[in-house]
Design a protein around this ligand. Structure first.
Ligand SMILES: [Zn+2]
Length: 258
């Protein structure tokens, strides 16, 4: 999360035969014996949504990746005179986008364009299209991206292809921003003082002797949870466990968690 804490969103639990014993779930094994089943359970919760909102959102509100946005494109008609012409053009673009499988909404309410921009920005709609008489004269629409705030004129011809390409670009941009933010918040620390200091800002990677009781004590002393052992390990040779001072066998991640 942007505040440096981590959020548990997915779990895998090995339940062993605890529940099988309670509920008498048995099966016949190859020897013909009735034995208790072993179970595992996996879950990804709606905390994913909280993570998404927190990670990508900005001061203007939600920023939704196109793949999960309930409205992917909002069309704002810019009307001075001849509303029929503009509204007909908006309708045509809307139909074309819908046909291409894009979730689109036209905001033809009485509000002023500025108020509409504000509303749909807050709701995180990835792309806003503004269509007015001047755009129509150029056979174009003005496209605004929620993630970067950039505006550019795009041709009406084959507009669904342009929108889909922009979706891909928005996804890439949001992903790489989030990944960079994550990497910037992982700190390699070798002593308890450093660990405590950096925990206020993010995830700490430190060395560990591999003993479970030492890990539990470390959680108590530091006041944060051990997340696990990262797949990619730094060179641990010659490194010491910051709590007991014994030789490290691998590194661990520690963080304050929600
Ligand atoms: Zn230790």
């Amino acid at each position: 999360m942007p505040d440096g804490r981590t959020l548990q969103v997915g779990t895998a639990h090995h339940l062993g035969d605890n529940f099988a014993k309670t509920f008498e779930i048995t099966y016949e094994d190859s020897e013909g014996e009735q034995v208790y089943a072993h179970q595992a359970c996996y879950g990804v919760s709606e905390r994913c949504l909280a993570a998404l909102i927190s990670t990508h959102g900005d001061d203007k509100g939600l920023v939704l990746p196109p793949e999960v946005a309930p409205v992917q494109v909002v069309i704002i008609p810019i009307i001075f005179k001849n509303p029929e012409e503009v509204l007909a053009a908006c309708e045509k673009v809307s139909e074309e986008l819908k046909d291409a499988g894009i979730k689109v909404k036209t905001d033809d309410s009485d509000k002023r364009p500025g108020a509409k921009y504000y509303k749909w920005e807050m709701q995180g709609v990835p792309i806003r299209l503004e269509i007015g008489p001047r755009d129509l004269k150029n056979k174009a629409a003005m496209m605004a991206r929620r993630d970067t705030g950039e505006k550019e004129q795009i041709p009406l011809e084959d507009i669904s292809t342009t929108i889909k390409e922009t979706f891909a670009d928005i996804h890439k941009n949001l992903y790489s921003q989030a990944e960079a933010q994550l990497q910037e918040h992982i700190f390699l620390c070798e002593d308890l003082e450093g660990i405590k200091d950096k925990l206020a800002h993010g995830i700490v990677q430190t060395y560990w002797c591999g003993r479970e009781d030492c890990g539990k004590e470390m959680e108590d002393v530091i006041g944060a949870g051990i997340l696990g052992i990262p797949n990619e390990q730094p060179d641990c040779r010659g490194k010491k466990c910051p709590l007991c001072g014994e030789e490290a066998v691998n590194s661990i991640y520690i963080a304050r968690t929600y």
